[in-house]
Design a protein around this ligand. Structure first.
Ligand SMILES: Cc1cc2nc3c(=O)[nH]c(=O)nc-3n(C[C@H](O)[C@H](O)[C@H](O)COP(=O)(O)OP(=O)(O)OC[C@H]3O[C@@H](n4cnc5c(N)ncnc54)[C@H](O)[C@@H]3O)c2cc1C
Length: 438
């Protein structure tokens, strides 16, 4: 049986022919068979990467999502072992009632454990806990050129470091161990603060980030002049008391792709003004379920369809601390001047917890992420301007979200790539890797 898959941004459009794998015992043979048939292939998790890093050069993907079993769980220590296709949501459903939570979570729970490790994802608590890979002591790896391996800081240490943030190219992650964090409640204590400018954001972040495990800001990407960078700062900690309840997020669905993008200059201005204006001045505290804070977008299934048939791209960069304020301002100025961007614009600070991953994205500083409807030349011109700002500030782009970065920018920003290339499995290849290394 085979079916078609694509990336979350639906740009570039290269539908993948998927071969599902249901049994771990079949992985090595399936890898060999697919390599013999198609030359190269790529493991595919749940397709929540935006650009082309989850698209196989050959168009043939080994679909890991059906490998969704838990292998062991120690509820005394919080160490779980699970197959790579288990999603973060499936893990939360099991772990929360036992008093455990994910150490690091991206903004969607529809991500697989294997995909989270392969992109070494970060969450709203990077300044406290670093990336996902920091909490994965061991994993099993299947390669085409040797028998199955166990990787940890002690065993096969080079492949351990290369696979964390390794973009699925060092082998198939078969299972992994994850160290969860204890919680007393599934509620969180959240603080919302409306701020009027980018300068205010940096002041707030310096004051409140150290007092909270989680921090993130929504930015009004159309604001100009003195208001550039205005937005809503949100910080939170796990609550000390309350129920331990898993919250199922799926509420609405976008059933069809509209013929054009619903995100345009007018709808964006209306949405941004309404959201900003909907928050009052001052600091507001509330005790709420973890789910709307961590996963607001998961409430609308298939929301990526609202960008129409051409899809969309996300631009996510990290800027080193010393240049963060100035470069972020330049980026926001350029985006507002182009009347572009989307409602989904996020700014947060990264901390200095080092990742074990060779190609991990975060660096100490700030990260800005925005979605853009795909508009051909218009998008390309704006991205070229943004790339120059990021390059000159010594920053870099996130491969998990990327569909346009030049090879020179990638190789400059990720100097470990050449060492990594020597550890890549020869039969694994993605469109992203081909684009940035040739
Ligand atoms: C709404 C939304 C919010 C997001 N928020 C964040 C965020 O806050 N922080 C963040 O870091 N990211 C974020 N992301 C991106 C997302 O977390 C990553 O792209 C994640 O890696 C996707 O995982 P996936 O299971 O869907 O894998 P896919 O997207 O299918 O694949 C991702 C990569 O993993 C590889 N891979 C998948 N499974 C395996 C395996 N078993 N073995 C080896 N390689 C494998 C693939 O080859 C590919 O290179 C967000 C995405 C969305 C849609």
């Amino acid at each position: 049986m085979s079916y078609s898959l694509q990336s979350w941004g639906r740009y570039p459009s290269h539908p993948q022919t998927a071969k599902p794998c249901y049994w771990r015992a079949d992985l090595q043979q399936t890898l060999a068979d697919m390599a013999a048939q198609h030359g190269t292939l790529l493991p595919f998790g749940n397709g929540r990467s935006y650009g082309d890093s989850c698209l196989a050069t050959s168009g043939h993907a080994l679909h890991m999502r059906p490998l969704d079993r838990f292998i062991s769980a120690n509820w005394e220590s919080g160490l779980i072992r699970a197959e790579a296709g288990v999603t973060l949501g499936e893990l939360l459903a099991l772990a929360i009632p036992q008093g455990w939570f994910l150490p690091v979570t991206p903004g969607t729970q529809f991500v697989t454990l294997g995909g989270a490790l392969a992109n070494d994802v970060h969450g709203k608590n990077h300044h406290v806990r670093g990336t996902f890979g920091c909490h994965v002591p061991r994993f099993g790896l299947i390669r085409s050129d040797r028998p199955p391996l166990v990787c940890s800081r002690q065993e096969n240490a080079e492949l351990y470091a290369a696979t964390i943030g390794g973009l699925g190219l060092t082998g198939i992650i078969e299972w992994l161990e994850l160290q969860l964090v204890p919680i007393r409640s599934s509620l969180i204590d959240a603080t919302h603060v409306r701020f009027g400018s980018l300068e205010e954001f940096f002041v707030l972040s310096a004051e409140l980030d150290p007092k909270h495990e989680f921090a993130v800001s929504w930015i009004d990407c159309l604001a100009r002049g003195k208001s550039v960078g205005r937005g809503i700062y949100m910080a939170a900690n796990h609550a000390e008391e309350g129920p331990l309840v898993f919250a199922n997020p799926c509420k609405l669905n976008v059933p069809l792709t509209p013929p054009f993008s619903a995100i345009n200059r007018l709808s964006l201005r209306l949405l941004n003004s309404a959201y900003y204006g909907g928050h009052r001045d001052g600091r507001h505290n509330s005790r709420i379920s973890y789910e709307p804070f961590f996963y607001p977008l998961d409430r609308i299934l298939n929301w990526n369809r609202i960008y129409g048939p051409r899809g969309f791209q996300q631009y996510q960069c990290a800027i080193p601390e010393g240049n963060a304020a100035a470069a972020t301002r330049e980026l926001l100025d350029a985006i507002a001047a182009a009347h572009s961007g989307s409602f989904l614009a996020v700014l947060k600070r990264f901390g200095d917890v080092a990742s074990p991953g060779l190609l991990s994205f975060p660096l100490p500083g700030a990260t800005l992420a925005l979605d853009f409807p795909q508009q051909g030349e218009i998008t390309a011109r704006l991205f070229s301007r943004l790339d120059t700002i990021v390059r000159e500030a010594g920053g870099r782009l996130y491969p998990a979200k990327d569909a346009h970065m030049s090879g020179a920018d990638f190789r400059n920003a990720y100097p470990a790539w050449a060492q990594y290339e020597g550890l890549r499995d020869p039969v694994l290849s993605s469109r992203f890797w081909e684009r940035v290394t040739t």
